[in-house]
Design a protein around this ligand. Structure first.
Ligand SMILES: Nc1ncnc2c1ncn2[C@@H]1O[C@H](COP(=O)(O)OP(=O)(O)OP(=O)(O)O)[C@@H](O)[C@H]1O
Ligand SMILES: [Mg+2]
Length: 168
C-alpha cells in the first residue's frame, strides 16, 4: 500500500502538497478520487483548492459546498467534482456515494477528459462500502483508470497539519 506523510504549516503549504500529489497520481492513473477525512477546519477545502490549481480551475471558486453538497467544474481537459458530506444524514450517504460512483463510471464512457472527484467528510462513508468499491475496481481491472486516495488530516501542535495520503 502506497503511503505519503507530511506536515504543513500554512494553507499555502497544504495547497502545494495537494498540487504535487495530484501531479504524482496522474502519472499512474487517468482519473482520481480523493477521500478527504478529518475534523472541522483541518484543511480539507484548502487541499481541494490545491487540486483545483493543478486542474487549472480557479481555486477562489472552491468553497466547501456544504449546502448543495456537490459542485461540478468543467474545462478543456478536466471534469472536477467537489462533494461535502458534512451535513448529510448517514442513512442517505450510502446511496449518494453509490450514485456518484455510477455517474463517474457513465461519464468515463463518454468523455476523453480526465475526471477528478474530491469528497470531504468521507469518514461518514461506511468502511464496508469503500471496501466493496475497491474490490469492484480490482475485479473490473479499473486500477489504471481510477486512483483512490484516502487523505487523512489531523491538527497538531502550533496549528500544523499532519496529512497522510494512502492509496487504497
Ligand atoms: N497547515 C494548514 N493547512 C491548511 N489550513 C490551515 C493550515 N494552517 C492553518 N490553516 C487554516 O485552517 C483552516 C482550514 O479550513 P478548511 O476550510 O480547509 O477546513 P476543512 O477541513 O475543509 O473544514 P470543514 O470540515 O469545515 O469543511 C483555514 O482557515 C486555514 O487558513
Ligand atoms: Mg471544507
Amino acid at each position: 500500500m502506497d503511503k505519503i506523510t507530511t506536515t504543513t504549516f500554512s494553507e499555502q503549504q497544504t495547497q502545494l502538497f495537494a498540487y504535487e500529489v495530484t501531479k504524482k497520481y496522474f502519472k499512474i492513473s487517468k482519473n482520481i478520487i480523493f477521500l478527504l477525512e478529518g475534523e472541522l477546519g483541518c484543511g480539507k477545502t484548502q487541499f481541494v483548492k490545491g487540486v483545483a490549481k493543478y486542474l487549472k480551475i480557479n481555486p477562489k471558486k472552491v468553497h466547501s459546498p456544504t449546502f448543495v453538497y456537490i459542485t461540478e467544474y468543467h474545462n478543456r481537459k478536466f471534469i472536477f467534482y467537489h462533494l461535502d458530506f458534512y451535513r448529510l444524514k448517514p442513512e442517505i450517504i450510502s446511496e449518494i456515494f453509490n450514485d456518484h460512483i455510477e455517474e463517474l463510471w457513465n461519464l468515463l464512457q463518454h468523455t476523453t477528459k480526465k475526471v477528478v472527484s474530491c469528497i470531504e467528510w468521507s469518514q461518514k462513508i461506511l468502511d464496508s462500502q469503500i471496501h466493496k468499491f475497491i474490490k469492484w475496481i480490482s475485479k473490473e481491472n479499473l486500477k489504471d483508470k481510477f486512483a483512490i486516495l484516502r487523505i487523512n488530516f489531523s491538527i497538531k501542535k502550533n496549528f500544523s497539519r499532519k496529512i497522510v495520503v494512502t492509496k487504497l
